[in-house]
Design a protein around this ligand. Structure first.
Ligand SMILES: [Zn+2]
Length: 249
């Protein structure tokens, strides 16, 4: 079960205050798809991982809600000219929030990994809502940024290169670009051996090349070699929960 909580955000772009909803606890018991979207059973936490100001459209990703960085004048101008008109005209669906987050990350000159990750979340959201055209557009976008990231990789503790290589391959596959999918998926085992973790991902990559599936079955892989692997996608959970508790009166 996913527990939600309302809270207030003071927009650093237009100074408007607005109410939004975040999640404080969730689980990973729902379907786990082969594009590494780890779902919850019941309500999904994903739509609550980006907060868009209803006045200007400035979007704050999960993790920044309680320590919101200031916004430069250059970014404010871009938000006002590009995002605000969209917010005034249409209902803002969850995948659009992640697209805004990606644009803003790009305007802030964040690394391609972060930008690509917002597009990945946008693709997951759009896919779960049956918005196939949007989903495919976002999958194309995330590939562009993840490929760019790997030109000058800087993983730190943010990601493993094997995961990014796998995601590029799997997203090409989902776009129907089988040759590109093969070219990337075939690189996964080598990357896994180099990083000495995520060994299950090498097996998954082989499966996706030879007999691709959309979902990973429960118990199909042993994640023991790196217990943080799956948790990593949701490892901000504890951090978020702690921050929320600290902010509560
Ligand atoms: Zn605002």
């Amino acid at each position: 079960m996913t527990s939600l909580t309302p809270f207030e955000i003071h927009c650093p772009c237009c100074a408007n205050s607005y109410h939004t909803i975040g999640w404080v606890s969730t689980n990973s018991l729902g379907p786990f798809s082969t594009d590494l979207h780890c779902r919850a059973s019941g309500d999904q936490p994903l739509p609550y991982e980006a907060h868009t100001c209803p006045s200007c459209g400035y979007t704050i990703p999960r993790g920044e809600e309680f320590d919101i960085p200031p916004v430069s004048d250059d970014v404010k101008i871009l938000v006002r000219h590009i995002i605000t008109p969209i917010v005034k005209e249409r209902h803002i669906q969850p995948w659009l929030k992640f697209e805004f987050a990606a644009w803003i990350a790009e305007w802030k000159e964040k690394n391609p990994y972060e930008i690509g990750f917002y597009y990945l979340k946008a693709a997951w959201c759009a896919g779960d809502c049956g918005k196939t055209d949007d989903e495919m557009y976002y999958r194309n976008q995330l590939i562009t940024y993840f490929e760019r990231e790997l030109e000058h990789p800087n993983p730190g503790d943010k990601y493993d290169q094997a995961v990014l290589i796998y995601l590029i391959g799997e997203n090409y596959r989902r776009l129907g670009k089988t040759e590109m999918a093969e070219a990337w998926l075939i690189k996964v085992p080598k990357a896994v051996r180099k990083e000495k973790k995520n060994y299950w991902l090498a097996k998954l990559a082989v499966q996706q090349r030879k007999d691709p599936k959309e979902f990973i079955e429960e118990g199909q892989f042993c994640y023991e070699d790196e217990p943080r692997t799956i948790v990593r996608w949701y490892n901000d959970l504890r951090q978020y929960y702690t921050m929320l508790l600290e902010k509560l009166p």
